[in-house]
Ligand binder design. Sequence first.
Ligand SMILES: O=P(O)(O)OC[C@H]1O[C@H](O[C@H]2O[C@H](CO)[C@@H](O)[C@H](O)[C@H]2O)[C@H](O)[C@@H](O)[C@@H]1O
Ligand SMILES: O=c1ccn([C@@H]2O[C@H](COP(=O)(O)OP(=O)(O)O)[C@@H](O)[C@H]2O)c(=O)[nH]1
Length: 822
Amino acid sequence: MVSYDESCSKRQRLLVVANRLPVSAKRTGENSWSLEMSPGGLVSGLLGVAAEFETKWVGWPGVDVYDVVGKNALSKSLADMKCIPVFLEEVFDQYYNGYCNGILWPILHHMGLPQEDHKDTNKTYQTQYDAYKKANRKFLDVIIENYEEGDLVWIHDYHLLFLPQYLKEYNNKIKIGWFLHSPFPSSEVFKTLPSRSELLRSVLTADLLGFHTYDFASHFVRTCTRILGVEGTHEGIVDHGKVTRVAVFPIGIDPNRFLKACELPEVRQQMTELKQRFAGKKVILGVDRLDMIKGIPQKFLGFEKFLQENMDWRDKVVLVQIAVPTRNNVPEYQKLKSQVHGLAGRINGRFGSVSSLPIHHLDCSVDFNFLCALYAIADVMLVTSLRDGMNLVSYEFIACQEAKKGVLVLSEFAGAAQSLGAGAILVNPWDVTEVSSAIKEALNMSAEERDERHRLNFQYVKTHSAKKWGDDFISELHDTFSESDMKIKKIPLELPQQDVIQRYSKSNNRLIILGFFGTLTEPMKNQNEELDLKLNPELKRTLKALCSDPKTTVLVLSRSGKNILDKIFGEYNIWLAAENGMFLRDTIGEWVTNIPENMDLDWVDGTKNVFKYFTARTPRSFFEASETSLVWNYENADVEFGRAQARDLLQYLWAGPISNASVDVVRGNHSVEVHAVGETKGVAVGRILEEIVRKKSMTTPVDYVFCSGYFLEKDEDIYTFFKPEVKKHLSLNVLDLEKGNYFSVAIGQAHTKARYVVDSSHDVVDLLHKLAVADTTTATTSDSLSETEDYQTRNANADWKPWINYVKIRELAVGDTEPVDI
Ligand SMILES: O=P(O)(O)OC[C@H]1O[C@H](O[C@H]2O[C@H](CO)[C@@H](O)[C@H](O)[C@H]2O)[C@H](O)[C@@H](O)[C@@H]1O
Ligand SMILES: O=c1ccn([C@@H]2O[C@H](COP(=O)(O)OP(=O)(O)O)[C@@H](O)[C@H]2O)c(=O)[nH]1
């Protein structure tokens, strides 16, 4: 393996990984192969990627090879082209023809999932999915063999959705970019895919994700937010603090390659021949892989209508359609071929004559020079894709039209419509009449208008080259990686479970502070009423054990009201702080009230009505009401609808019940809370602590604190309260956490003041189990005994006041609220 320093002095290495290598192999002997360029826009685009990288290609060589002699010989030939083959062997059919092009491709292009073939039990969704994963692993193996530290890995397309995850599992430091050449569908369509979540999660492990257009990128982000529940931001996707950058990089071509080709004598000769061949006729050109997405039948129908309605054009126009064979072993493609042949035959039969046929349909690929000649002599280029990632054929046509300035008729559903829309005539390919009219408009367009349209498009094609696309992507990948490096450092640490448990065992006076909602509650499925809130059943015995341990005090500090906490924790020997500390009790005592006299609660009824109104209109949302606060929660509702409703709800509140009230409004991730201006958890906890110490007549300071919850941002001051370096306004020295026995643990928060983060409440529940059974015999007591004496002496004359007397009422100006994010 080459060291990083060594590799820095060289050109940046780039591993381009795509299903298809830029060259496809044909066997010419036992150990000899011929190589020719692979068809398709992905290859064309990548050929133009900057030469400043030391690029190696990893991909399938276009053939199945099983014998070692053949594999070695091919690998050698490919090495000269900087290509490294991935031999897919037995998985190829179910991977490529099956999962990639029979399942993913139609989904990505809004064509829906095909029915499973129930007769063929050897080829099911599952078998194809398994083959897909195996194929991705084969790519992984080849990359591992060739990876050098510092390499950038740029993965391409829907064939390799698992590769980012596999690679990161192998080495989390590998810099990975992934680019999708096809469109990304609406979330409603993607949702139908059985393995949708796994696939999305894998792609999100990459550092940078690229799409051709803003539409595709936003479909992707939306799909992730809806299916995975992650957060979509202007940067991309944020999940547990990990940011996966999502950005738009429209691909281009290498325009000079086409400009130069058009000057070649061979191409000029071909142009002359073609002009003679079609003398007296306008040429409409179509160049597409014979793929359903390209809308060839729709193109033929539009052309048929044009001929039908424009008799005078019938023998003056010809449609030359190059239908490049593709994915021949996928049943849908076979059907398409006969459909297209049928249509071409019908139209030629209707409008042709002995000497002329309106459609010249070729089922073959053509060589590059001939393709350029065709592009150059065409009067109109007709692209009717039903959906297309970009469609580079449109770009190539423009590059070859410097002399002729022909017209591009372009489907509005091709990515290229976003970039060439100004110069092209855009059509909806499903609308046969519109296609027919566009053909007419293009054929009749004045020279001036053609000139102007061509100028606009040519300018774009020249400046937005494949080189620029590649450079932009790679430079963003560099930036993304260093940014995400910095961000990862800010992410809270993983909870060191063993340390938490060991320190717990060794301490003598522990305090466990827990949030309630989302921390101790049973994960909810169908929550409509606050009354439905239940304690996670897995916690019952654990909590009993913890609460009955004389060395442990458990406090639940919640926004919930007294009734709920009473109902749920009545049977435990536990401390409860309701409404963020407005009320406190231990379960054997009475509630101590802390609502200041003259507190303005006039807003409560009106707010309740607004919450009721929105709850009724937002399926699966609910609200909790207590004496001083109300929370509307939409975490079980459709996320986007919930967010939109939350915005409206806030407008209603500000315009009505809270317009003149002294309240704090807090917008949580999936909730809106309105509560009387009071204290945050961090402020309340000091007083609660003193009250606990007093009531329990503690003789030793609290020497261990574990604090965890799903707290609102404003309440996160509870996490910092216990930090030894934070000055506390306590009248007593009730804490002794100098030895680092303090664990603040946020649940699933990307950005938090807590020192540690866990993924979900399950982790907290799990840890509490472990604390409950922790072996306390290992605790050393001699030190703490002497500390206890000190503590008692220090506090002998302390002025003990009940917690209720410590409450200060925070004064807020009328209408003063927490900043809300809308
Ligand atoms: O490799 P194949 O199965 O033979 O298919 C050829 C390529 O088709 C798709 O191309 C896409 O990429 C183009 C460049 O970004 C874009 O202009 C076009 O709209 C897309 O359809 C496919 O995404 C590639 O992986 C294939 O290699
Ligand atoms: O006989 C042919 C005709 C065209 N092409 C190339 O195939 C690519 C098609 O790319 P596009 O983005 O239009 O669509 P895709 O086929 O990738 O979906 C273009 O670069 C064409 O030059 C080809 O390789 N052989």
